[in-house]
Design a protein around this ligand. Sequence first.
Ligand SMILES: [Zn+2]
Length: 109
Amino acid sequence: MREQEWTIEHRKHGNEVYVVSSNEGIFVGEGYDKEERKRSRYLAGIIVEALNKAEEQDEKNKEGWTCIHCGESTYENDYEQLFSAVEHIQCGLIAERESKKKNKESLID
Ligand SMILES: [Zn+2]
């Protein structure tokens, strides 16, 4: 699923053109006269397309960056926090501890 979808938004009765997502708004240009508005819309169209494409690429880059233990993305983590692209150090250590505990329990049995 796409996190952010960029769209063109006209504010002030179409006199200001923005490119907006769910949490950001970028002022592109004014549209007080016809030529200006045309230009602003043209630029906004290009920006929207480029940002949506970048967003899509970002999603693709994130594929394969999922922790095998907790199922969360590892994409935003620093390398110091990861054993690998698919394993948080924190989660790996917990899993190791759990499996050792289980091994001990099975020895007692
Ligand atoms: Zn994890």
